[in-house]
Design a protein around this ligand. Structure first.
Ligand code: PFF
Length: 445
């Protein structure tokens, strides 16, 4: 492998991986899942999942990528042949690459929506802003053409960046975009804390109510932890392959997880005070929270339209830096096959994902009544990817690194002290694997 596929400097890997992790999952999904799953109870279970399962699995993914130095599929393939392991481990990479494509197909629909909201500026002198906003959302989501327009634009930008390559495309764009993301989220949180109802927000997010914990809350929290950290599908593994040789895995992963958790909590602090500040608005759970409820609430606050624009720019940046990581594993794999170049690969994948995205778009409107297990296509795809494919991917990553790979390879790659190494193995081998299985079994029966 040539040097052209190594991130320049240690911060680029951190920004790229944090860019992958911080996304719609943090700013759009986390707050509404908190809202619909019992507030602080969900937050606590979520944090436990992040540290007990997410952290060891993310370390493992980076380790595989950094050692393998190829796309997840080929890294797993090479590791298996180097250590005489079962050749089928490469299917773990294939499962991940497919999950990435499936997730991107609907991710880009919501990302497109947030693009469009940058330009959805309230007309002044509205007598009833709440109607304006919910009408706008209803009209927008019931019109396949507008959704298709923004979905297409988002796919084109994503493919363009990935097509430019690892260093010139992904590396450069995260270095440019991520600082804005962090500045904007801090800015909006400060604004909301001062203008909105921060007291109710803190109570809602952090005062524990354990009676609200149910098996469903636990499985949603675990799915959300995987989704938010971008683990279980090879995105972080793919990025790990471009990590500078000298960069330390442990410290880097802790930084990424800290940033991801910080943004999720900051998003709660940015959104809920504004929503709570307007007593006439009910805290809507579900996807409408930032697209329907929040704009109305913003409208009634001083400088609301300005901060609403900043907010949706922030959401769009977060979505874009995640989307590129959803596309990278499949793209890197195809590129290694050597038949066609990267630019051509992303065009083909982009078209495929675009078509698949249409089914999610139609779930809002023309196909909204077509349901399986009482879920429409979009909800089904969301459930399948987040609650099944990602945890399954994470389980096999934990199994592979915890139980199959030779210990000396892991010990050398991680360069942890004795205590940290023991802790890592304990959580990876026993806690991550068994809790994923338990949660699966629990939700199945
Ligand atoms: N972590 C992203 C988010 O929170 O929005 C979504 C995501 C990106 C999931 C990349 C999985 C992935 F591989």
């Amino acid at each position: 492998m040539g040097n052209e596929k190594v991130w320049q400097g240690n911060t680029t890997f951190i920004l790229a991986a944090a860019g992958s992790a911080v996304g719609l999952g943090n700013i759009w999904k986390f707050p509404y899942m908190v809202g619909s799953n019992g507030g602080s109870a969900f937050v606590i279970i979520y944090l436990i999942c992040i540290f007990a399962i997410g952290l060891p699995v993310m370390v493992s993914e980076v380790l595989i990528g950094k050692y393998g130095r190829k796309s997840p599929i080929n890294s797993l393939k090479n590791l298996s042949s180097e250590f005489n392991l079962n050749a089928n481990w490469k299917y773990l990479g294939i499962l991940g690459a497919l999950s990435g494509v499936l997730i991107l197909s609907y991710y880009s629909v919501f990302a497109g929506m947030s693009f469009s909201y940058i330009f959805n500026i309230f007309p002044s002198n509205l007598s009833d802003p709440s109607n304006y906003s919910s009408n706008y959302f209803k009209e927008f989501s019931s019109s396949p053409l507008s959704l298709i327009f923004w979905h297409s634009l988002f796919i084109i930008i994503t493919c363009f960046i990935v097509g430019l390559g690892v260093v010139k495309g992904i590396g450069r764009s995260v270095n440019l975009l991520m600082p804005f993301l962090f500045i904007f989220i801090i800015l909006v949180s400060i604004y909301s804390s001062f203008t909105g109802d921060i007291k109710s927000t803190l109570k809602f997010l952090f005062s524990p109510d354990f009676s609200a914990i149910s098996p469903q809350v636990v499985i949603s929290a675990m799915g959300q932890a995987f989704f938010s950290l971008s683990i279980g599908m090879g995105a972080i593994m793919a990025y790990g392959a471009y990590m500078p040789e000298k960069q330390l895995i442990g410290k880097t992963v802790i930084t990424i997880i800290f940033l991801d958790t910080f943004v999720a909590l900051a998003a709660g602090i940015a959104i809920f005070p504004i929503v709570f500040s307007n007593p006439s608005i009910e805290v809507s759970a579900g996807p409408g929270l930032i697209f329907e409820t929040l704009p109305v609430a913003f409208y009634s606050l001083p400088f609301g339209s300005f901060f609403s624009i900043i907010f949706f720019i922030l959401v769009s940046i977060a979505a874009l830096s995640s989307a590129i990581s959803l596309l990278e594993p499949f793209t890197a794999w195809m590129e290694e096959k050597g038949f066609i170049n990267r630019k051509f690969i992303v065009v083909i994948l982009g078209i495929l994902i675009w078509f698949l995205g249409l089914a999610s778009i139609f779930s809002f409107n023309v196909w909204s009544d077509i349901k399986l297990f009482n879920l429409n296509f979009l909800e089904l795809l969301d459930y399948l990817t987040n609650n099944i494919m990602l945890p399954l991917g994470g389980f096999f990553v934990a199994l592979f690194v915890g139980w199959i790979l030779p210990n000396n390879l892991i010990n050398q790659s991680l360069a942890f002290g004795k205590f940290r190494l023991k802790l890592f193995y304990f959580f990876l081998k026993y806690i991550s694997t068994s809790s994923i299985i338990l949660i699966f079994l629990y939700s199945a029966f």
